[in-house]
Design a protein around this ligand. Structure first.
Ligand code: ATP
Ligand code: MG
Length: 240
C-alpha cells in the first residue's frame, strides 16, 4: 500500500495563535479517511495547515514521500492535491461554468473543457444549471459545484471540509456517495465531517480530534461501534 500523506508531530495555527499540537495522521493511496471532533477543535485548521492556508510551525508533512511541509498551496495543487473549503467555496456572482473554469485557469482550453465535461458527467444535476449563477443553486448543488471545481485540477488527493454541512439528509447522503465514488477514478479522500456516522460508514479509517490534538484513531467500523466514542463524539443513534 502506498503512503500518500504522512503527517507527524505537526503543529500549526494562525500566525502566533497555536491551534494544533503534535498531530500524527496518515492517508494511504485509495483510502477514504474521516476526521471528526467537536466545533472549534481544529479540524479545519489541520486541513488548512496541510494545504498551505494556515501557519505551519513544525513537524513533518510528506506527500508521496516528498517533504511538503510549509509548501505553498499552488505548488501542492501542482503535485495533485485539491481542497474543498468549509465556507465560501463557490463564487456566487459567477455562473456554474465560470466557477468551474476558475478551477483551471492555467490549463489549455481543450484540457479545461475536457475536465469540465468530466465534472458534469460526475454531477449531472449541474448540467442543466451550467449558465445559472452559483447564487441560485441549492445548498446541495453548491457543494457539488465546489467539489466539481476542485476536480478540475485533476487531483489524486482531495481534502474536503464538511461538504454536507447544512444540507438535508437526502443531499447529505448523495454528496457522501458522490465523494465515495471518486475513489473509482483513483482519487484518495481525506474529509472532515460533522455528520460523523454518515461519513465513517463509507470510510476505511477515522481520526478523532479534541482541543487541537488527535485523541483517537482507528478502523472506521470500530469507531462507529465503540460505545464510549459514540457517547462523546457521534451523538446518540436516536437524537433526531
Ligand atoms: N483565522 C483565524 N485566526 C485565528 N484563530 C482562528 C482562525 N480560524 C479559526 N480560528 C480558531 O481556531 C480554532 C480551531 O478552529 P477550526 O476552524 O479549525 O475548528 P473546527 O474543528 O474546524 O470547527 P467547526 O467544526 O466549527 O468547523 C478555534 O478556536 C477558532 O476560533
Ligand atoms: Mg471547521
Amino acid at each position: 500500500m502506498t503512503r500518500l500523506l504522512e503527517v507527524k508531530s505537526l503543529e500549526g495555527g494562525y500566525d502566533s495563535v497555536q491551534i494544533l499540537y503534535e498531530i500524527d495522521i496518515h492517508v494511504d493511496e485509495g483510502e477514504f479517511v474521516t476526521i471528526i471532533g467537536p466545533n472549534g477543535c481544529g479540524k479545519s485548521t489541520l486541513i488548512k495547515t496541510i494545504f498551505g492556508l494556515a501557519t505551519y510551525y513544525r513537524g513533518e508533512v510528506s506527500y508521496r514521500g516528498a517533504d511538503v511541509s510549509g509548501m505553498r498551496t499552488d505548488q501542492l495543487v501542482n503535485m495533485g492535491i485539491s481542497y474543498v473549503p468549509q465556507v465560501d467555496n463557490v463564487f456566487p456572482s459567477l455562473s456554474v461554468i465560470e466557477n468551474m473554469r476558475m478551477g483551471g485557469n492555467k490549463l489549455q482550453p481543450q484540457t479545461l473543457s475536457d475536465r469540465i465535461e468530466r465534472s458534469l458527467e460526475m454531477f449531472p444535476d449541474l448540467r442543466s444549471r451550467e449558465f445559472d449563477l452559483a447564487a441560485s443553486l441549492s445548498g446541495g448543488e453548491r457543494q457539488m459545484l465546489a467539489i466539481s471545481r476542485a476536480l478540475i485540477s485533476n487531483p489524486n488527493f482531495l481534502l474536503l471540509d464538511e461538504p454536507t454541512a447544512a444540507l438535508s439528509p437526502l443531499y447529505q447522503q448523495q454528496i457522501i456517495e458522490s465523494i465515495d465514488s471518486l475513489r473509482q477514478v483513483g482519487i484518495t479522500i481525506l474529509i472532515v465531517e460533522q455528520n460523523a456516522r454518515l461519513s465513517l460508514a463509507r470510510s476505511d479509517r477515522g481520526y478523532i480530534m479534541s482541543n487541537g490534538k488527535v485523541v483517537h484513531s482507528g478502523d472506521a467500523q470500530r469507531i462507529l461501534t465503540d460505545p464510549e466514542i459514540g457517547e462523546y463524539f457521534l451523538g446518540s443513534h436516536d437524537d433526531h
